[in-house]
Design a protein around this ligand. Structure first.
Ligand code: PHE
Length: 331
């Protein structure tokens, strides 16, 4: 191979390259692993030829780099003049977003209760076992007190397993009459499936006043269920059991999909279970220093995800946490 001819051929090609892509092709052709020059360098047997070829290689590398720089700068200049952006122009229609379905339901429930004269109060997501269990009359050894079911931070601190501790905090902070709702995240050590996620939202309601009865509770829940699922719905209340209410009930609404005729959503029963409620157990009043002879109250705690999947007929509750825009854009 004639080093002189090779070098002048390469220099001609370098000068002729007019884009950074073209110079890359030249680099591969003359300096790449399979180029004649690299081939020759691998076969060198004497020192003098080696030095000559290496000197050619170095000069060609420098020439390629220099041309590459020059072309890159020219390309940048060209882009800067042709792709000029006027940042003072109004931004093009980016499309408005909207609230997540859970936030929509949360606000809707808040609005319903604000309309009834309730206040919205905040609770704490990180709670003490005192507020999350003791004050709510959970007996020692109740399964919810176990790290198998609840997420503990330490012996005395737990991620709230329900919004009910807000009942105690509200009663401690004020005297009756109390008409409040409290909405937010709760945590349980559940394996995610179609009906469970370890993080979920609840709405807690609490009323304490003189002469509050079970009929007041059922009337309030009937009103809420009709607002959420339609005025034509019927409601039903069945007995249940919670440590902090006595008596305890579970609210049911007639199926909004089949109107009670029976379908897969209501598992062919015509009724859909919504969530728990009951009359505040007088033991809670003792805990916060209210006179149980004078006051009575009711409470309820429902899952917002459950309301959302029922209303929107979403088959799997986990969908609400995937943040897939194809789902979220529908609501
Ligand atoms: N905290 C209960 C639950 O998570 C619901 C509930 C709240 C029941 C208030 C009665 C009164 O299941």
């Amino acid at each position: 191979m004639d080093a002189k001819t090779l070098e002048s051929d390469a220099l001609t090609a370098i000068a002729a390259a007019d884009t950074t892509d073209a110079i890359e092709t030249v680099r591969v052709e003359f300096l790449g692993r399979k180029s004649a020059l690299k081939q020759a360098l691998r076969e060198v047997r004497d020192r003098e030829t080696g030095m000559t070829l290496n000197a050619v290689r170095e000069r060609l590398e420098a020439a390629v780099d220099a041309r590459d720089d020059e072309l890159a700068r020219a390309e940048l200049d060209r882009r800067l003049t042709t792709e000029k952006v006027d940042v003072t122009l109004p931004a093009g229609g980016g499309g408005r977003g909207h609230l997540h379905p859970i936030t929509q339901i949360r606000r809707e429930v808040e609005d319903i209760f604000l309309g009834l004269g309730y206040r919205v109060v905040d609770g704490r997501e990180v709670e003490t076992t005192r507020y999350n269990f003791d004050a709510l009359n959970f007996p020692a050894g109740h399964p919810a007190r176990s790290p198998q079911q609840s997420l503990f931070i330490d012996d005395k601190t737990v991620l709230r397993t329900e919004t009910s501790p807000s009942q105690i905090r509200t009663m401690e902070a004020q005297q009756p009459p109390i008409y409040v709702v409290s909405l937010g995240r709760c945590y349980r050590r559940d394996t995610p499936d179609a009906t469970h996620t370890p993080i979920f939202h609840q709405v807690e309601g609490l009323v304490v006043d003189e002469g509050v009865t079970l009929a007041d509770l059922e009337g309030t829940l009937d009103f809420l269920l009709k607002k959420l699922f339609g005025e034509e719905r019927r409601t039903e209340f069945r007995t249940h059991d919670f440590p902090f209410t006595e008596p305890s009930i579970e609210a049911y609404v007639s199926c909004h999909v089949c109107d009670g005729d029976g379908c897969p959503v209501c598992r062919h029963s015509g009724w859909i279970e919504i969530g728990g409620a009951g009359m505040v157990d007088p033991k809670l009043f003792e805990f916060v220093g209210y006179d149980p002879e004078r006051y009575s109250g009711f409470a309820f705690g429902w899952g917002l995800e459950r309301i959302a999947v029922l209303r929107h007929k979403i088959p799997d509750l986990r969908e609400l946490w995937r943040n897939d825009l194809r789902l979220l854009r529908q609501f």
